[in-house]
Design a protein around this ligand. Structure first.
Ligand code: SME
Length: 175
């Protein structure tokens, strides 16, 4: 089976899982398990945009994003970094740019945060709520250059299922 065929089979299954459960964490937990085990990725998980754990160190004039950070959510795979600052690493960059990022070789990405030495390539997809990044989906592979436009297309389709279920206002994302 090609990767595309696997995604084509998985998307309706994920849709059914999400439709039959209202709880966000339960849905994200199952979603990462499906992706990790059906597509054989090394690590799959969500990081939520949350108030910084170091709020006392922030100045009043700091931008909102600087008072927030990414905090580890449901994931499958080896233990991972729990907090990532705005604009840092691949995840923090995808958050800042509000766009999907593919990194074919993590060793060539300046500022890459290595949670596990086995990770070789990575894709990060921002998930929006009310036009702001709400969380990111991070997928790591232990193979170099393992992500392409097929992953972008289907992983964005999957994250948009989450956006649609839990967001009322992201009109541009749902043509
Ligand atoms: N590599 C990521 C950090 C998260 S772990 O890969 C699970 C990054 O550079 O943002």
């Amino acid at each position: 089976m090609t990767k595309q065929e696997k995604y084509i089979e998985l998307v309706p299954q994920i849709k059914a899982l999400i439709e039959s459960e209202s709880d966000l964490i339960a849905n994200l937990a199952n979603l990462v398990a499906v992706l990790k085990y059906e597509l054989d990725f090394f690590w799959v998980g969500f990081y939520f945009v949350k108030p910084s754990g170091f709020l006392l160190e922030k100045k009043q004039e700091d931008k909102l994003e600087e008072k927030q950070e990414l905090v580890l959510g449901p994931f499958q795979g080896p233990i991972a970094c729990t907090r990532i600052a705005y604009g840092k690493g691949v995840c923090g960059t995808a958050w800042k740019k509000q766009e999907t990022i593919i990194v074919p070789d993590v060793h060539q990405f300046e500022g890459h945060i290595a949670c596990n030495a086995q990770s070789q390539s990575e894709i990060v997809i921002p998930v929006l709520k009310d036009a702001k990044v709400w969380m990111v989906l991070d997928v790591d592979s232990d193979k170099l250059n393992n992500f392409d436009e097929t992953d972008v297309y289907y992983l964005e389709e999957i994250t948009i299922l989450i956006e649609k279920k839990y967001t009322s206002l992201s009109p541009n994302r749902f043509p």
